[in-house]
Structure formats: structure tokens, C-alpha cells
Design a protein around this ligand. Structure first.
Ligand SMILES: *[C@@H]1O[C@H](CO)[C@@H](O)[C@H](O)[C@H]1NC(C)=O
Ligand SMILES: *[C@@H]1O[C@H](CO)[C@@H](O)[C@H](O)[C@H]1NC(C)=O
Ligand SMILES: *[C@@H]1O[C@H](CO)[C@@H](O)[C@H](O)[C@H]1NC(C)=O
Length: 630
């Protein structure tokens, strides 16, 4: 068995070498995020760091923190708890970025230990001068598999020389603040994101395969929404290897490859004598590629996600259903054209190229800014390789950061990718605690402070220090910040619902209109209702005036008149009487017209009454209804 293993490894080594060797230009691109030191001043600047291929990087966002280099357990290979070290930052303080040294254990274990001790991110200091590499997860290690899943903080490898700069500043007692920035990690040139998933149909390759399957299942919904909406163009890809020419007729090549050694995959169980062979995996990979091709031709490329998920569930290797028969059943249930798919797959025994797989091998080689694809699975967004955990929220963030700002589809602004930065101190944005209105909005790019739109009313301002309602409808929100009060079923408001409106106390009140409006005592302060027959009573926001006897109060003239209109006893009528008296004395002849004059006054008063009576009944302020005494 041991012998077999080593010969197998040798063989697999061959496969990998044969993939890489012929391409002297082959290169693996390390995806970088920028790391900016913001303090102390003397080391301020931007430095390179390489995103770890686990944990959750904040694609599209950034994160500030204070660097801590632990006194003990400098490599982070043991739990920090045992050394009495905690990285939990105090409320209001910057989160802790832990600096650990490379070496002695898996990268992922260092990050996991730091996360458990409360770190928000981990910087791993390289232990030699070399170009940065990508920190990956151990491929087959059952004990690490348990915690890798649970790593949620981002991590980055930094150069040795830079780590020494940081350590020196820390040992001088300086506070070292850095900003990890993923905003430019994915290019975002336009309103459509192109992305690829380099995947594999093998469901028995351990932790990585389990994670990949889990991801495809989880992400299907979001992927389909994005694709149907035309926001993204997704293409699945499958890595294949080829057998070196000299071995094409060997037993190994025959069991691992199709088309005479042209397209191979490693044996799923790494045991050539039992279970499935690499050849079975290549065939299913080819089928999945053809499913995509056929679905894409009918303008429904998203059916690939359905096929892959269903195949995973219905045709697992464990149940010995990983075969054509089961695959065809899935194809049929999804209404795909099985004949077209078979035709696309061609003859696996033929000693000739398969156009579909040939294309895949060509695509494996990096182009432009994208390096060769060598890690499986790999996600490529806008031609940049994604680094981090394949997890729905994290991947969605990366895709969303690939849209030109403001062209992101709604799914990018949903709960799945929120950063929840508004929960902490309202994100530093403006808020009106009383009306429960805030300018803070969580997005995948981090929080934004934007004056909100509430109940159709737009607030305007800088979003940080002030937001004010403008336009009509302002009185709907918190009464436009103006005074308002209700008493005995009557409500008064100082808000004027007009553009550029301000707070102004309504008639019957005085004050600043914002904090207070006080009732005016019209009887005393305005000298209302002061005629001899009048009696005045102040009410809230108005006053009531009544006349003695059979008299009627006329608010406009602030006087009492008799109901028939013949006798008037008020200052106004006194003037009239004097005037008439004078006129009589002067002319005498007016006596003849006295009767006519009286009837004229009669009709005049009636006209005035007719004019005002209806107004009384539709008075804005109910209290304005005057008293009428029989
Ligand atoms: C990882 O998280 C899961 C679910 O939250 C938990 O059951 C499991 O114990 C965690 N694993 C480790 C190693 O902490
Ligand atoms: C899928 O179809 C679109 C057009 O409908 C085309 O631009 C794209 O290249 C196709 N993808 C593949 C992998 O055939
Ligand atoms: C404020 O509004 C948010 C949503 O708009 C709501 O979830 C929250 O409970 C409200 N808080 C208070 C104190 O009313």
C-alpha cells in the first residue's frame, strides 16, 4: 500500500509538472490588498500585503485597526488564552490587528488562535525576504478542517522588512494604526461583472470539496438573481491535466484520462484499483461544461447552477450514483436537451482533441492581470482571482465590489452583505433620536452617511452633522422640528408646510415657534371684546366674546349689534351716530331721508353678516366660533 501511494504521488507529481513545465511563462498571481499605515508619522505610507485564502476579506470595503505584537506566543501557534493574552478591544477603541511571525504551524491556525483571542485581523510577518505568497489552507488535514470553516477575520501576509518596521515602532511605544483596504482589490469598470468559478465535480476530495459543494448550494440563489437580471456574466470552468506523451498507454493514464491521455483528473480516492477513476471525474466535468454550453445557447445559463446542485444531491459518489445514468435523469428533470449535451461531449475514446476541454486547458493559463489558475476551487472576478473563504456573503461582497459605484444591483445592498457599521455609534452619521431617523446606511462597501428619504420626504444636508427636511411634506416628519401641542381635542402646530418654510406660532399664540408657543390672552393683551356690552373669556389659542341681552357679537368689527340690526351700541356705531348727527345738524334736509338711510344700513349690516357668518362655520380654529346669545 505504501509503495502504491508513493508511486501514485510520483505520478500525480508528473501530472502537475506536465501542466506547468511546458509553460515557462506560467505564473501564479498573488492577490494583494493595500495596507496603509496611518500612524506614527515616520512610517506612514502604503505597503503591499497578500490576502490569505481563508477567512472573510472585506472586498469593496476597508478596515482600520491598531497593531499589537504579542509578547509571548509570537508565532500564534498556541492558544493565546494560555498566555493570558486577549486582543479584545475596548468599546470605542480601534479593533486589534495582531502581528504574528511566520513558521512552525499552518497559517490558518495562527489566524484561528488570534480570532479566538478577539483579534479583528491578522498580519503574518514573512520570515525571509521574498516576493509575497498566498497563504492557503492545508489541503487534507482533518483537524484543521474543523476550525478553518469558522475563521471569519481577514488575514494578510506582509514582507519581512515591513514587519520589522512595525515591530520597531511598537517597541518604541508608538501606537501603530493601519488601514487594510480591499476597495481596489477587484476592478470595477462598469455595470456588469464577469466572473468564473474554477470548480470540480469530484465530491470525495475532502474539506475543499465539501466547502465547494456547500458554497455552490448556498450561492445558487444569488447567482441566478444576478444572472437573470443581466448584472453578471458567469462562466464555469474545470481544470484538467494531461498525461505526458510517454505514458499515454500506461494503465494509470488509461484510468485517469480520456481522449488518449489528453484530459485527466486525479483519482478521487487516490486508489487506482477501486472506486471511481479520474476518468469518471473528467467525464462528469465535461458533462457539466456541456450543460452550461447548451443552457447558454438557450439564453438560460443559470440552469447550470440547478444542474450542479441537483447532481451533487442526487448522484453522490458515496451512493455509487456518480454516473451517466444518474446525470441523464437530472438533465431530463431540468428540461435540458440530452441529445445536444451528448453531442457536445463527443467521443471520449477518440484519439483527437475535444474542443470544449481544449478551450478549458487554454483558459487555465493566466492572461492580463489574472495569473494561472492552480488552486481549486478558484473564483475569478473581473479577471482577478478572489482570495478568501468561499462563502456566500464574502463572495457576494467581492462580486458587488466589481460594479461601478452606484450601479450595484439591489442584492448588493441587502442584509447578506451588510457591514453593520451603523450599529456602532450610528457610524458617526447624523441622527434624530427623537424621530428615530438616521443618515447612516449599511452597504457592502461600508457605511455611508446620506440624508435619508422618510415617508416620501427628502432630508438634505451633509449627512454627518446635519440633515434637514426641505420641500413640502416637511411637517409630516417630526412636525418639521417645530412646536406643536394638543389640548382638549384641538391641535395647533407652528410648522408651515411650504418650501423653505419655517416655524411660526399660529394666530393666537406667541413664541419662537420651535420650542414653545404660548397662548395669547386676547382679552387683556389685544384688547379684544372691549365694547360696553361685551364680556371676554380667553380660551387656548383664541377667545370667546359674548354680548349682553339680545345682542350679537361681530368679531370683525369687535362690536355687538342687535339681531334685527336696528340698534347698535358700540364705539363704531357711536361714530356713525355722531356723524349722522353732524350731518343732520349741517343739512337738516337729511331728516327727510332718515328712514331711507336706516334701511340702507339695515341691508349693509345684513350684507356684512352674510359675508362673515359662513366663514365662522368653516373657521380653521374651532375655538373661533363666537358666542351667540338668544
Ligand atoms: C465551528 O462553528 C460551529 C458552528 O458554529 C461549531 O459547532 C464548531 O464547534 C466550531 N468549531 C470549532 C473548532 O470551534
Ligand atoms: C454564453 O452566451 C453569450 C451570449 O448569449 C456569449 O457571449 C458567451 O460567450 C457564451 N458563453 C460561453 C461560455 O459559451
Ligand atoms: C427605529 O427605527 C428602526 C427601523 O426604522 C427600528 O428597527 C427601531 O426599532 C426603531 N427604534 C426606536 C427606538 O423606535
Amino acid at each position: 500500500m505504501a509503495l502504491k501511494r508513493s508511486s501514485l504521488n510520483l505520478f500525480l507529481g508528473f501530472l502537475v509538472i506536465s501542466l506547468i513545465a511546458p509553460r515557462s511563462i506560467a505564473r501564479f498571481v498573488v492577490e494583494k490588498n493595500s495596507l496603509r499605515v496611518t500612524s506614527p508619522d515616520k512610517i506612514k505610507g502604503t505597503y503591499d500585503s497578500a490576502i490569505g485564502n481563508f477567512g472573510i476579506p472585506q472586498y469593496g470595503g476597508s478596515m482600520a485597526g491598531a497593531v499589537v505584537y504579542p509578547k509571548d506566543n509570537k508565532k500564534g501557534c498556541k492558544e493565546f488564552d494560555g498566555f493570558g493574552i486577549s486582543f479584545q478591544s475596548k468599546p470605542g477603541a480601534l479593533p486589534t490587528f495582531v502581528l504574528v511571525d511566520r513558521g512552525d504551524c499552518f497559517f490558518a491556525l495562527k489566524v484561528w488562535n488570534a480570532q479566538k483571542a478577539g483579534a479583528s485581523a491578522v498580519l503574518v510577518a514573512d520570515d525571509m525576504e521574498e516576493p509575497l505568497i498566498t497563504m492557503d489552507t492545508p489541503a487534507e488535514d482533518a483537524s484543521s478542517a474543523q476550525y478553518i470553516e469558522n475563521i471569519t477575520i481577514p488575514s494578510a501576509l506582509i514582507e519581512k522588512s515591513f514587519s520589522e518596521t512595525l515591530k520597531k515602532a511598537l517597541s518604541n511605544g508608538d501606537m501603530v494604526n493601519v488601514n487594510l483596504d480591499w476597495r481596489e482589490a477587484v476592478p470595477h469598470p462598469d455595470d456588469r461583472v464577469e466572473y468564473e468559478l474554477w470548480t470540480n465535480s469530484n465530491d470525495e476530495c475532502g474539506v475543499k470539496c465539501d466547502m465547494l459543494m456547500e458554497f455552490v448550494k448556498d450561492f445558487r440563489g444569488a447567482a441566478q438573481i444576478l444572472e437573470k437580471g443581466g448584472y453578471t456574466q458567469f462562466t464555469p470552468h474545470y481544470i484538467t491535466w494531461y498525461c505526458p506523451q510517454a505514458f499515454t498507454l500506461s494503465r494509470q493514464c488509461k484510468s485517469q484520462c480520456i481522449n488518449h491521455g489528453r484530459y485527466c483528473a486525479p483519482d478521487p480516492e487516490q486508489d487506482f484499483s477501486s472506486g471511481y477513476d479520474g476518468k469518471d471525474v473528467v467525464l462528469e466535468n465535461l458533462r457539466q461544461l456541456c450543460v452550461f454550453k447548451v443552457a447558454n445557447e438557450t439564453k438560460k445559463p443559470w440552469v447550470w447552477w440547478d444542474y450542479v446542485t441537483d447532481f451533487q444531491i442526487r448522484c453522490p459518489m458515496k451512493e455509487k450514483k456518480y454516473n451517466k445514468e444518474c446525470a441523464d435523469a437530472v438533465i431530463k428533470s431540468l428540461g435540458l436537451d440530452g441529445k445536444k449535451i451528448d453531442k457536445c461531449m463527443g467521443d471520449p475514446k477518440a484519439n483527437s482533441d475535444n474542443p470544449v476541454l481544449k478551450e478549458e486547458q487554454d483558459a487555465q493559463v493566466g492572461k492580463g492581470t489574472r495569473g494561472d489558475v492552480t488552486i481549486l476551487p478558484t473564483l475569478v472576478v473581473n479577471n482577478r482571482q478572489y482570495r478568501g473563504k468561499l462563502e456566500k456573503g464574502a463572495v457576494l461582497k467581492a462580486l458587488c465590489s466589481g460594479f461601478e459605484e452606484t450601479t450595484e444591483p439591489a442584492v448588493c445592498l441587502s442584509g447578506d452583505v451588510e457591514t453593520n457599521e451603523c450599529l456602532d455609534n450610528n457610524g458617526g452619521c447624523w441622527q434624530d433620536k427623537i424621530a428615530n431617523i438616521t443618515a447612516c446606511r449599511d452597504t457592502f462597501r461600508g457605511r455611508v452617511c446620506e440624508c435619508p428619504l422618510v415617508d416620501g420626504v427628502q432630508f438634505k444636508g451633509d449627512g454627518y452633522k446635519n440633515c434637514e427636511v426641505s420641500g413640502s411634506g416637511r411637517c409630516k416628519i417630526n412636525n418639521g422640528g417645530c412646536w406643536h401641542e394638543s389640548q382638549d381635542g384641538h391641535t395647533f402646530s407652528a410648522c408651515l408646510d411650504v418650501d423653505g418654510g419655517k416655524c411660526q406660532c399660529p394666530p393666537g399664540f406667541k413664541g419662537d415657534g420651535v420650542k414653545s408657543c404660548l397662548d395669547v390672552d386676547e382679552c387683556k393683551e389685544r384688547k379684544a371684546c372691549q365694547c360696553p356690552a361685551c364680556s371676554c373669556k380667553d380660551t387656548w389659542g383664541s377667545y370667546e366674546c359674548s354680548c349682553s341681552g339680545d345682542l350679537l357679537y361681530m368679531r370683525d368689527h369687535d362690536t355687538c349689534i342687535s339681531k334685527s340690526g336696528t340698534e347698535v351700541k358700540s364705539a363704531w356705531t357711536v361714530v356713525w351716530v355722531i356723524f349722522i348727527g353732524l350731518a343732520m345738524a349741517a343739512g337738516g334736509g337729511y331728516l327727510v331721508y332718515k328712514h331711507k338711510l336706516r334701511s340702507y344700513m339695515d341691508s349693509e349690516i345684513r350684507a356684512i353678516m352674510a359675508q362673515y357668518m359662513p366663514l365662522d362655520s368653516q373657521a380653521e380654529v374651532p375655538n373661533h366660533v363666537h358666542e351667540e346669545r338668544a
